[in-house]
Design a protein around this ligand. Structure first.
Ligand code: C5P
Length: 404
């Protein structure tokens, strides 16, 4: 795994002799696991062809702002959004000036103006052009705008001049991209497993036992952990929420499927078990739809579901070093949470009152108590997103050896 694994890069190729090095850059980026899509300016096409770029990226290259096929296919705004990073290489003096001035008169400059993604430029031009006050002024503006810059390097130029202006080597540009996309944050480099939502336990192929969990808190935790730099696997029961961005989501139905998916996702550094797992399943679930018979009620017998949290917390080999459980209670919240902490073998219980009056189930806010070996801490009522952020911050500190 590199910081570029699975990342999508939009490579804008400007018009300069260094454009041929951008073809090598495509290979370097792909070797590191990134997928690459190219935009070529008109100038770039004087040096290399869109076909060469497409052959190396495995994707169609883009050249025209008002291309009917392009707009129907992806559209320039989508082009500016559907990536993790934009690299401009070579960034010519003209392209830099257009970016600094906010021009949008071709596909490359329009996408660069429309994008909200991080941008990395690799300038390449004649040494006098590089040193010209106009280019240096544009460079300052671009840096102020948050644009990242790699190179240019000193060296012999195509025009037999010497000095700064040579485009950074493809390996240097790839390394700069890696640095930019390397996860940062309190949970960087950690794998976090989150369970979320209810489970559905089939009665027959069309009916099931369920509960009122919406998955909002669990999904918010998965997103907060990803925002904190973690690699997150979310095991989600049936919910109507979208999969959080930047998270690997595995969809399951029943408790047994959820346990199976958690076991497959191990090892992990942190396990956060926020799902409202059904305690029981129907032992004699019908393989066909159970028919209604006059006067006779179906005889459903229940079997206990595996306790996912307790099962994982009691594993000897690959128990995540930090395990968090939830306790949704309608009375004696703290007392029940303490008992659960011991019984389930986790490091922290996030307890909340889910009696109907509180509106927690399906609602957007939550009042939680953190129960651990070091005591009880009650947080004020917060949005589920804020509970998630605060919890993830706390887990980041605990993972580094801090107190719960
Ligand atoms: O026992 P109770 O269901 O109240 O415990 C709640 C905690 O245990 C939650 O963290 C929940 O995700 C977890 N749990 C589980 N598997 C079950 C039941 C609960 O992981 N079968």
């Amino acid at each position: 795994m590199t910081a570029l694994s699975g990342k999508r890069i939009l490579l804008v190729i400007g018009g300069g002799i260094a454009a041929y090095k951008s073809l090598d850059l495509i290979r370097r980026l792909r070797e590191r696991g990134a997928s690459v899509r190219c935009i070529l300016t008109a100038g770039a096409q004087a040096f290399i062809t869109p076909l060469a770029a497409s052959a190396l990226t495995g994707q169609r290259s883009h050249t025209d702002l008002f291309d009917r096929e392009d707009e129907a296919d992806i559209g320039h705004i989508k082009l500016a959004r559907d990536a993790d990073l934009v690299i401009v290489a070579p960034a010519t003096a003209n392209l830099m000036a257009k970016m600094a001035g906010g021009h949008a008169d071709d596909l490359a400059s329009t996408v660069l103006l429309a994008t909200i993604l991080p941008i990395l430029i690799a300038p390449a031009m004649n040494v006098r052009m590089w040193q010209h006050p106009a280019t240096q002024r544009n460079l300052t503006i671009l840096r102020q705008d948050g644009v990242h810059v790699v190179g240019p390097n000193d060296g012999a130029m195509a025009e037999a001049e010497f000095g700064p202006g040579r485009m950074a080597e493809p390996l240097e540009i790839a390394a700069a991209a890696e640095r930019l996309l390397a996860p940062s944050g309190p949970l960087a480099g950690r794998h976090v497993i989150v369970t979320s939502g209810p489970t559905h336990e089939p009665i027959d192929p069309v009916r099931y036992i369920a509960n009122r969990s919406s998955g909002k808190q669990g999904h918010a935790i998965a997103k907060a952990a990803a925002d904190a730099g973690a690699r997150v696997t979310l095991i989600a029961g049936p919910v109507t929420l979208p999969d959080p961005a930047g998270v690997t989501t595995v969809h399951v139905e029943s408790a047994r499927e959820m346990l199976d998916a958690v076991e497959k996702a191990l090892p992990a550094d942190i396990g956060i078990f926020a799902a409202a797992v059904a305690d029981w399943r129907v032992a004699n679930a019908g393989e066909q739809k159970i028919k209604k018979k006059d006067g006779a009620l179906p005889n459903l017998s229940l079997a206990e579901n595996p306790d996912i949290l307790a099962t994982i917390a009691h594993r000897s080999e690959d128990r995540p070093p930090l395990m968090v459980g939830f306790a949704a209670e309608t009375e004696h919240v703290i007392e029940h949470a303490r008992q659960k902490l011991a019984k389930k073998g986790c490091d922290l219980i996030v307890a909340n009152d889910v009696s109907a009056a509180g509106g927690v189930m399906g609602g957007d806010s939550n009042t939680v108590h953190l129960v651990s070996a070091s005591g009880v801490e009650t947080w004020p009522t917060l949005s589920k997103a804020d509970v998630a952020k605060k919890l993830v911050e706390r887990l980041g500190a605990m993972a580094k050896g801090g107190q719960p």
